[in-house]
Design a protein. Structure first.
Lengths: 1244, 527
């Protein structure tokens, strides 16, 4: 170390006072001089500072601590849409910590970059690696293991041994009741795999493959780990349960309006927006790595508006903050729509907006008006079939009609769904209008007649329905009286035009009539003038910037029972102002939307489409609703939801009745499907020498065969084996958590609800006097940490973490594919999911030799979106074969029935290879079929082929990296050759040039090694609707708008109007405001407000700052930075009403269960609403409750499933099933709870 | 003039999303060890709020920093020190563990080990220090996002000063809610009171880059530095009995890498660069009579890196060429000096802190529109600065010893940039009067925009790498192992004892002292 002496200038007198500036006090000086003696260093002459040069060894400790042996790139496979690249540091073979890897490819000199991506949760991940909550070995419940081992001593055969335990009611009860109560014991992998395999074999042989199920959500967060297990399920014939709808993250409005699951801009496209509204999406918390785009775009002059009921984290950045009452957002949006329509469509016309509406929306299309005794009501889209035989070509019922302003004649423009599937119309499925100028409104049309129509309203606080009378210009075409969607929309939004009858608002300040600003103020509390001003700004900015206004929307507005109506009110704003399909514009739905960019490859592998089709894909919400017996407690009748203009088709029915209709009409999947084993059904038919499909149809017709969903409590119809991986189902997403515990698992629960009284039960679902408790033979969980799911599971397999395996992730927040890489190999006895499933599959195949062999299975599937099946039920008219309204015809009026072969002993071999169906028929995504023979040849060369066995000669995918390479090779986004091929196919159907979008990348193929080297950018592909071509940022529907490719909807355009029968029954044919469900009126919960020592409040469960769902909420670092356990945020007013101080223990109680938590009292909360951050599991710091004496629950102990019938519609254009595309949502935000202060003494 | 180079940081609070990633990555890299469980070299505070440790800004209580005597001299506020060298955390001027928080962990093992019982296992909390059952009632971030605001937020020392000294009332009511985040590390002050407080001479400021460090060998655990630091950024490791603090990640910055907290900042709000200053004038600057003059005095210490005289003096002082060019490209200098956007934290402590902050621009349009004006009109924006959700007085108490003028200047420039760039964004002719109104021209606004909005990695972090600290050792390369330099991996001294891996606090159950709890310090010879 070098030592310097004080320089002469140190003593220079620069002070301005009587003495030179310096330190004071002789004692100080003496001390410091002492210090100077104790150390050799430079001290400034006034002894103020000690300088040292080369002080680089005095703290060798830190330099040593920083040293590491290697740094490995990986990411986090957690359901957050982050897909962030991290550097994992390894020292002495131990993972030490992680930090973000900033090596993202640049997205251009004029934009910020993606680096660094990450958040505090991800930064704490390595804690799990060696934490005491790490699952290091296989475990199983001791009582089950003892019984199984005892049985094995008697039965040599594992399947017989397993059966002797699970089919013995006493033994079954013993281990069911032990679930969740500790007593896990270590078992070997061999023994665990044997039990698991035996359970699967037994369930398939005895009950049927559709009695087994797999649950693993969000493939994009680790594509290979998801695919391997899903592939195993597909090969054995077990359903995979959907998650996007189940999580209530699926915005049902997206299929309804766009005919698309969800397609949104990447976060870098926020930068392009000139006006950004964050509506129920708390970006800094839930999109932490992306928030900077919003922050930085403000410096480009972007205006930021936050709509949030609390002072949320993003409000810090807002130029304006609107705080509507929770769940009333649609009223605000409808009022904004009222202003936009009034000022930008009626008082003044904006060419940009009207041109857009004509070309890209259903607004000009004609709708028939039906006569009812009480008046005219909007009915159905007019189709070519209505124009007379001369107009009707192929699929005439599927071709919608508008009026050409030039000729004043009805025309059938290209692009509707009728042009999509038949050979005759190849090249005409496009949005090219030619010379036609669609008439948006019939107002001003010489032939129009003003008529009054009836429209529903639901704006009474309790949701009770009323009727609006408003005029539209109508005209006769043939026998039909018609108007346009646009004219109906103006009526619905209360925008008055001269000469039209009806009752209209007198102005913006008329609070009595929907949808004025004053009307919304009474509902939302947001001042009317601010709403009008923001609506005006929004539309003006869209006009000036040509559609660069964006709405970020999320769980805050999407987790409601009626969130489809909320979202439609938002989408209306964006579509009216021409913001969809524009960079910097449109909807940006960010909740649970994680995008599988390598879509085709993943779907092919995960559904084993290379070996057997179709897979069983189940709607998760309905599955849990039935099998956890929540239906038995659901006393809400559909009547509570109906329009006053409903015909009565749903009157007196319950959600379970609607579900049964949906199953038998082929709308939605239903597994288990029938009340018998589907393997036996085929065997039975073949024994009788009849066609299995005809056999089943006949048995259904005669009632000899029933649907399992109509008798879910019959033991024949229970789910028997459930595998959960990459998920904490019970501690995170299980709405109605306590119902799961009691009925699915058969163990103790804090459930307090009573079953529905006889007069409020479903009509068509069989009622057993005693509800079953304990349906599953086996709950298998794979995880690296202990959660509610592992605590309740019968067998727990120790999983490798994200730093211990190879995999892929992608997201829609950025355009890159990331790799997981093993920084260290899986420690202890942990295995990757990939290895675990191959282990199980091998043992399963061995046991299948004796017990299953080769069987034939009858698979019932619904009519599916993006297949010709979506044109099964014209006009959305419900015809129920059970009621004699139609014949039962598979694929038309009932599910598609397919017989497939299951070679059970070959499952392991098939799991590890790519099957021959790909050679024969390629693979299909969104209606485009890809020939993948070149890819198969490449994979065979790269990965090798199976040398022998049932899959001999097939390309191997027997390691995680090989599977990853297959997944990438079979996807257009990561294989330019396929993207180009797909666009050429699409060109033929659309008749517009598209292939140029892919030419720049036609020779580019991303392999796993590329994703490891650096995040690998994806390329434009027909798998998605946006374009990255030329380096632009991804924005949804750009291809539709710029290349006239239709949306996948009935009209081929974005829909405001939905004419399915059930949409009319619920009064939701047009955007409409529906208030949150009134839990007091529907379920007898107390009214909102304080009463004595309790207060009843809205119970919201927004996403947490300290966890991603339940991951990280048990992490010590996150617990240290938060409050150390379960908490509920409460306003000072509500806290004061019940004498609660900050950090006091409280209990939240409603009919569904109990939560014991600490209160966080804060003025950022509105009175009358509490937040319990989502997915606070009970595994950390949850005492016993006063209410029940048992362990307090999770955030979902207070929730329960409620299904909306319109989410069950199928067989009708965009309203057709697709896995995670459409299905009933597991919404939970309408719930309320009672809060009270409890004893501050707690016990565990 | 005695030119010294200082690595300094600017944080743009206007961009901070309060995510705490910086805290976690720092904690994981540096202080997840026994003895430092409660230590966060980097923490993030929600303001208004008490901060960490509790109310650290109340120097009437904690006696940190310097005070100016009536004679114009500086003295440590804490005055004499020997009386305070009592037992651990018992010094009245030392925060107690409860002022930080008692670190806790959980009985995680029970989740796997619990025998068959009657209820669901749960991991109960326990002290990470004693292992005894404990209930968390305060933490390093207890009042995050205004949590407990009505009970704890009211005790924010800055709010109290606003209320008591300025008569500015801040109501904790829903409609008036505001908050922002304040990430904090060691200030690596030019006039560090911690260094001056150390009786052992164990604390020092590295001459080549200004990083303030504790020599772990010299430290005798007096803890005078803990008291002396007004920011409470020196911590006491209760296992080793030594002081520890933020090292500005010197093992990284020496290699040209940004600090962990900076590189991992997903808000992209941190900047690191070199500032040249005149060491001879530090004491004078820190001693100005009026606290409002401290900010300009510190600005004045900073030398123009383009000034030929400064360059010459720097070269004479042995500052390498790449440090001078780094100073010329320094984003920190630009944000502090050129644009006058960044401000020091609590200059009234007279420590001349070198981590500066751009104040947050809270909703403006909202406030203006509330008055009936067009909130997007650039000129109206400036009038609105005083209508911000965050009172300007609050920011001034943090950054300018109460002088609202520099805060207004900074906020007005940010607002002007937004207004000007909105015109550019929408393809309108930008109004040059907007930048002119805040003393800038359009080109300067673009410069600010580039630095603040585009914020490319190599412009956020300009860190010179010329290793002057070890350069002298390079002379030995010809005759020695090239890695065998001070602190180098091939160093000839005793190796780390025992071949132990690190034991993280988080895997430690809180009972007993695991083997290899703390790596043996390398070297350890007399210096």
């Amino acid at each position: 170390m070098s030592v310097r002496t004080p320089s002469a200038s140190d003593s220079a007198d620069k002070g301005g006072g009587t003495r030179p500036a310096g330190t004071d006090g002789s004692a100080t000086d003496a001390l410091l001089r002492l210090g100077r003696y104790l150390t050799r260093s430079t001290t400034s002459a006034d002894l103020r500072a000690v300088y040292r040069t080369g002080g680089r060894d005095g703290d060798a400790f830190y330099r040593d601590r920083w040293s590491h042996d290697k740094v490995v790139p990986s990411t986090h496979g957690v359901n957050c849409t982050g897909s962030c690249r991290w550097k994992v540091y390894v020292s002495d073979g131990i993972i030490t910590w992680e930090s973000q890897d900033p090596d993202y490819p640049s997205i251009g000199p004029d934009k910020p970059e993606y680096e660094p991506r990450g958040c505090p949760r991800g930064a704490s991940f390595s804690w799990y690696s060696y934490s005491p909550t790490r699952v290091r070995f296989p475990y199983a419940r001791g009582v089950l293991v003892e019984m199984y081992r005892e049985a094995r001593r008697i039965h040599h055969d594992p399947v017989a041994a397993w059966a002797s335990v699970v089919d013995d009611p006493h033994k079954r009860g013993v281990y069911h009741r032990a679930r969740g109560k500790g007593g896990l014991v270590r078992v070997s992998w061999d023994e665990a795999a044997e039990m698991v395999a035996a359970a699967h074999v037994h369930a398939i042989a005895t009950h049927g493959p559709d009695r087994v199920a797999g649950f693993s959500p969000i493939p994009a967060m680790s594509l290979v780990s998801h695919a391997v297990g899903a592939r195993f399920m597909a090969l054995i014939g077990a359903p995979m349960l959907s998650f996007y709808d189940w999580y209530a993250d699926l915005p049902v409005a997206s299929p309804q309006v766009f005919g698309d699951q969800t397609d949104v801009p990447e976060s870098a496209d926020w930068w392009d927006a000139a006006y950004l509204m964050m509506w129920g999406s708390n970006v800094p918390v839930t999109r932490t790595p992306d928030a900077h785009w919003m922050v930085e775009a403000r410096y480009r002059g972007q205006k930021v508006v936050v709509v949030s009921p609390d002072y949320a984290d993003n409000t810090k950045f807002a130029d304006e903050w609107l705080a509507p009452h929770p769940g009333t957002d649609a009223a605000l949006a409808m009022a904004m729509g009222h202003v936009v329509l009034t000022e930008f469509f009626v008082r003044r016309e904006v060419d940009y907006f009207t041109d857009y509406a004509r070309q890209f929306t259903d607004l000009p299309f004609l709708v028939t008006l039906a006569e009812r005794p009480e008046g005219l009501v909007p009915a159905k889209f007019l189709t070519a079939a209505d124009l007379g035989p001369e107009a009707a070509g192929k699929a005439a019922e599927w071709k919608t009609v508008l009026i050409d302003a030039v000729t004043d004649q009805p025309v059938v423009p290209n692009g509707s769904i009728g042009f999509r599937w038949n050979a005759e119309d190849e090249g005409r499925w496009n949005l090219d209008l030619g010379e036609v100028v669609p008439r948006l409104s019939l107002h001003g049309d010489q032939r129009h007649e003003p008529v009054e129509v009836l429209l529903p309203r639901f704006d009474a606080p309790d949701g009770a329905a009323g009727v609006l009378r408003r005029g539209v210009p109508a005209r006769r075409i043939g026998e039909h009286l018609v108007t346009t969607v646009f004219d109906l929309l103006l009526a619905q939004y209360g925008v008055r035009r001269a000469g039209l009858p009806g009752v209209w608002p007198t102005g913006y300040d008329d609070a009595s009539q929907p949808c004025t600003p004053a009307w919304q103020q009474e509902i939302t509390s947001v001042p009317a003038d601010r709403v009008a001003r923001i609506a005006r700004e929004f539309a003006s900015t869209a006009e000036e910037s040509r559609g660069r206004c964006m709405i970020l929307m999320g769980a805050g507005t999407n987790h409601w029972f009626h969130s489809d109506t909320v979202y439609r009110s938002f989408l209306a704003l964006l579509t009216l102002t021409g913001c969809q399909g524009r960079n910097g514009g449109g909807w940006a739905h960010y909740v649970g939307q994680e995008k599988v960019r390598p879509l085709t490859g993943h779907a092919t592998l995960a559904s084993a489409l290379d070996w057997v089709r179709p897979p069983r894909h189940m709607i998760g919400t309905a599955y849990w609703y039935l099998h956890t017996d929540q239906w038995r407690y659901d006393s809400m009748r559909n009547d509570a939801l109906l329009s006053p203009l409903a015909t009565g088709a749903l009157a007196g029915t319950s959600a379970a009745d609607a579900l049964a209709v949906s199953a038998r009409l082929g709308w939605m999947p239903s597994y288990p499907t029938f009340d018998r084993n589907p393997l036996d059904l085929v065997a039975e038919a073949e024994a009788a020498g009849t066609d299995p499909v005809e056999h089943v149809v006949e048995q259904l017709r005669t009632g000899q065969l029933g649907f399992a969903c109509e008798d879910p409590d019959d033991p024949r119809n229970w789910p028997r084996v459930l595998t959960v991986w990459r998920s904490n189902l019970l501690g995170s997403s299980a709405k109605g958590h306590e119902y799961f515990l009691r009925h699915l698992l058969g163990t103790d629960a804090n459930l307090r609800a009573t079953e529905a009284p006889p007069d409020r039960r479903p009509r068509t679902t069989k009622w057993h006097e005693r509800a079953p408790e304990g349906k599953l033979d086996l709950l298998l969980a794979m995880d690296y940490r202990m959660t509610s799911t592992t605590l309740f599971a019968d067998v727990v397999l120790p999983a490798a973490t994200w730093y211990e395996k190879h995999d892929l992730s992608s997201t829609d927040m950025h355009p890159f594919v990331h790799s997981f890489n093993a920084a260290v190999d899986p420690p202890w006895q942990t295995r990757t999911d990939f290895d675990a499933f191959h282990t199980i599959a091998r043992r399963f195949s061995e046991l299948a030799e004796d017990h299953l062999g080769v069987r034939r299975d009858l698979v019932a599937t619904p009519m599916t979106h993006d297949t010709p099946g979506e044109t099964a039920q014209p006009h959305g008219v419900v015809r129920d074969w059970r009621l004699g309204q139609a014949d039962p015809v598979p694929g038309r009026t009932m599910p598609v029935l397919t017989v497939v072969e299951r070679d059970y002993p070959a499952v392991a071999a098939k799991l590890a290879t790519l099957g021959p169906l790909l050679d024969a028929v390629g693979t299909t995504t969104k209606g485009i079929t890809y020939d993948v023979s070149e890819e198969l040849a490449w994979l065979a060369a790269k990965n090798g082929v199976a040398a022998s066995g049932p899959a001999a000669g097939r390309p191997l995918i027997n390691t995680d990296i090989r599977a990853a390479d297959a997944l990438l090779a079979l996807s257009g986004t990561t294989n330019g050759h396929l993207a180009a091929q797909g666009f050429r196919s699409l060109e033929r159907r659309v008749g517009q040039p598209l292939a140029h979008l892919a030419t720049e990348n036609e020779g580019r193929r991303v392999a796993f090694a590329d994703t490891r080297a650096q995040p690998a950018a994806v390329t434009t592909s027909p798998e998605w609707s946006g374009s990255e071509t030329g380096g632009r940022r991804y924005s949804a529907f750009v291809i539709n708008v710029e290349h006239r490719k239709p949306w996948h909807t009935l009209t081929g355009r974005q829909h405001f109007f939905l004419d399915h029968d059930w949409m009319h029954e619920l009064g939701e044919a047009l955007p409409v405001y529906r208030p949150p469900l009134d839990m007091h009126r529907l379920f007898g919960e107390p009214r909102l407000g304080p009463a004595g020592r309790e207060v009843t409040v809205r119970y919201l469960t927004p996403h947490s700052k300290w966890s991603i769902h339940s991951t990280y909420q048990d992490n010590l670092i996150m617990l240290s930075l938060s409050r150390g356990g379960q908490t509920i945020w409460i306003s000072p007013g509500d806290a004061e009403a019940i004498g609660v101080g900050d950090n006091d223990w409280i209990e939240a109680v409603n009919r569904n269960g109990v939560v014991v938590a600490r209160a966080i009292v804060s003025h950022r909360m509105p009175t009358g609403t509490v937040f319990m951050y989502h997915a606070q599991d009970r595994a950390v710091n949850v005492p016993r409750s006063e209410a029940t004496g048992k362990r307090g629950g999770t955030h979902n102990s207070l929730t329960k499933l409620l299904m909306k019938p319109t989410h069950l519609i199928g067989g009708y254009a965009q309203l057709s099933f697709g896995f995670n595309y459409l299905g009933p949502t597991g919404n939970q935000r309408d719930e309320i709870t009672v809060i009270r202060r409890r004893s501050q003494e707690v016990s565990y | 003039m005695r030119v010294l180079a200082q690595l300094a940081m600017v944080m743009n609070l206007d961009k901070c999303i309060g995510c705490h990633t910086c805290s976690v990555t720092c904690k994981q890299a540096w202080t997840n060890r026994a003895g430092t469980e409660y230590v966060w070299f980097n923490n993030v505070e929600t303001r208004p709020g008490q901060g960490y440790p509790r109310r650290y800004e109340d120097q009437d209580q904690w006696k940190g920093g310097w005070v100016r005597t009536s004679g114009g001299r500086l003295k440590l506020r804490a005055g004499g020190r020997f009386r305070k060298l009592a037992s651990l955390f018992a010094n009245p001027d030392l925060p107690e563990i409860s002022d930080y928080y008692e670190p806790w962990t959980y009985e995680y093992a029970t989740l796997i080990d619990a025998p068959l019982g009657t209820d669901v296992p749960t991991a109960a909390p326990k002290s990470a220090i004693t292992g005894a059952p404990v209930q968390p009632d305060w933490g390093p971030n207890w009042d995050d996002d205004l949590g407990g605001s009505t009970e704890h937020g009211v005790a924010d020392p800055v709010l109290q000063r606003l209320r008591d000294d300025l008569g500015v009332q801040v109501k904790f009511e829903f409609e008036q809610s505001f908050m922002f985040y304040l990430p904090r590390i060691c200030e690596h002050c030019l006039n560090p009171s911690c260094v001056a407080s150390c009786p052992s001479g164990a604390m020092y400021k590295r001459e080549e880059d200004g990083i303030v460090l504790v020599d772990q060998h010299q430290c005798r655990g007096w803890r005078m530095c803990v008291t002396g630091c007004p920011y409470k950024k020196v911590y006491f490791n209760h296992r080793t009995g030594k002081a520890e603090k933020c090292t500005f990640c010197y093992p990284r910055v020496e290699a040209g890498q940004p600090t962990v907290c900076s590189e991992t900042c997903v808000g992209r709000l941190r900047y690191i660069g070199v500032v040249l200053y005149d060491a001879d004038r530090v004491t004078e600057a820190a001693s100005v009579a009026d606290e409002h003059d401290l900010y300009p005095a510190q600005l004045d210490l900073m030398l123009d890196p383009h000034d030929p005289e400064v360059i010459r003096a720097a070269e004479q002082a042995g500052i390498p060429h790449d440090w001078i060019t780094a100073a010329q490209r320094s984003p920190v200098y630009q944000l502090i000096h050129t644009y006058r956007l960044a401000l020091p934290l609590h200059p009234e402590y007279r420590t001349m802190p070198m981590v500066w902050y751009i104040p947050p621009l809270s909703p403006v349009v909202d406030a203006v529109a509330g008055t009936g004006f067009d909130g997007e009109d650039g000129h109206n924006l400036f009038g609105a600065i005083d209508s911000l959700r965050i009172p300007v007085e609050y920011l001034a108490e943090l950054f300018t010893a109460g002088d609202v003028t520099p805060v207004r200047t900074s906020l007005r420039r940010l607002a002007a940039m937004r207004s000007y760039m909105r015109s550019v964004n929408l393809g309108r002719e930008p109004d040059e009067r907007v930048p002119a109104a805040v003393g800038l021209d359009g080109e300067q606004v673009f410069g600010m925009y580039r630095l603040l909005a585009l914020a490319k990695y190599d412009e956020r972090y300009v860190i010179p790498t010329a290793g002057i600290g070890q350069a002298h050792d390079l002379e030995g390369i010809a005759t020695q192992c090239s890695l065998d330099v001070d602190g180098g991996p091939g160093m000839g001294g005793p190796a780390v004892a025992g071949g132990q891996g690190r034991v993280d606090l988080v895997s430690w159950r809180g009972t007993g002292r695991p083997d290899a709890l703390f790596p043996t310090l390398r070297g350890g010879g007399d210096r």
